[in-house]
Structure formats: structure tokens, C-alpha cells
Design a protein around this ligand. Sequence first.
Ligand SMILES: C[S@@+](CC[C@H](N)C(=O)[O-])C[C@H]1O[C@@H](n2cnc3c(N)ncnc32)[C@H](O)[C@@H]1O
Length: 214
Amino acid sequence: MDSDTWLADTRRSYDTVADSYHEVVRDMLAQTPYERAALDLFAAQVRKLGGGPVVEVGCGPGRIAGYLHGSGIEVSGLDLSPAMIEIAHREHPDLRFEVGSMTDLDLPDASLAGVVAWYSLIHVPDAEIPSVLARFRQALRPSAPLLVAFHAGNETTLKTEGYGGHPMHVHVHRRLPEQVAESLEQAGFTVEATMRLRSAESRDGAIVFARRAD
Ligand SMILES: C[S@@+](CC[C@H](N)C(=O)[O-])C[C@H]1O[C@@H](n2cnc3c(N)ncnc32)[C@H](O)[C@@H]1O
């Protein structure tokens, strides 16, 4: 599948479900203590290196960015879906959110103190993972942390409806943590820890803690 097709399908799908997705996830962090702990640890890592700008790529309605902001992190969000970004602006008026694709990240080199990809790389096809991770690496300062959350597994499924039965057309790429770790190492990251979890967020989820290798 070419890049334009999956990006257009994903954008349209999340535009369609934006309101209902927001309803489903808006209070989810309150029920997911391990996810909160992972975000707290990430925030501590950012602070330890002196703080600075953090981007959540694929931020949806902005709940993860909002949580990090509550921990004192200088965070902004990027998402493919204009409807998601509209909700993010409404819910978190103090934060900066932009419509855009992580496949086309346009940020100065070594400008970021951290990147979070929270259940968003799940939509990026395998063939595009190396270039997306290379862009993250290029935008990050040396040693800056990258936090990746995803559905674990080893199959790709086509989701044709969701969040209250709305039509969608998105591929969900489940990946094994070892596979994600290998892609990260190949892209110039050091992988420091992996969590495998079962929660309201994912029946089989994983969170990988990495940082730019130099
Ligand atoms: C499952 S939602 C997760 C949203 C948010 N991180 C959260 O946890 O609530 C996946 C999000 O990734 C976004 N997304 C998918 N592909 C993207 C891309 N190439 N660039 C930016 N955002 C993307 C979708 O529009 C959607 O909002």
C-alpha cells in the first residue's frame, strides 16, 4: 500500500471517530496505573536532562500530552486527524497542537527533549518504520528519551469499525516488543526497558523506553 493511501484512510477514519474516541479514552489514564507510571518515569527522564520541548506524535485528543503537561513537561502534540486536533485544542487550550504526519516530521535537528508515540506507530506500516524512527532520532537531542506504547503481537488486522460502530479503515500493526526494540536499535536508539501489560488500554500492550544513543 502506498503512503498516500494509508495516510488518507487513517486520517478519514480518525476524523470519523474523533468524538466517540475521545469519550472512550478521556478518563482512561485514571484506570491505568502502569501507563501513568510509565509517563511519570518518562517525565522524570526529560526533567533529569534539563527539560525542554517534547512532542507527542499521534496525540489524538491530547490526553497523554495533557497528562505530561500536568507533570510540568513542555509538551505539544501532532496528529494526522484535524478532528482530533480540534478536540485537543478545545480540551487543552494552553497547549500547542498541530495537524501533520509523523512520516513528515519537520523539526530542527536535536531540538527535542523527548518524543512520545502512544498507540500511534501501530498504524505505520513496517516499510515506513525505519524512516519514521530516523526522523525521531534526528529531532531528538543526544540521550533524549523516546517512549513508545503499542499493541503487542505479530499480526496486522484491518479495523473496519470502532468506538461505537463507526466506519473505519485502518490497519493495526501489532508488533512484538523484541521486534520494536530491534527497529529502535537499528535506528540509533538504546532500548532501556520494556513493559508488557494488560489493561483497559490494551488486552496485550507494551511500552518501550528508549533514548537517542548519542
Ligand atoms: C489509537 S489513537 C491514539 C491517540 C492518543 N495517542 C491516545 O493515546 O489517546 C492513534 C492516533 O494516531 C494518529 N496517527 C496515525 N498515523 C499518524 C501519522 N502518520 N502521523 C500522525 N498521527 C497519526 C491517528 O490520527 C490517531 O489520532
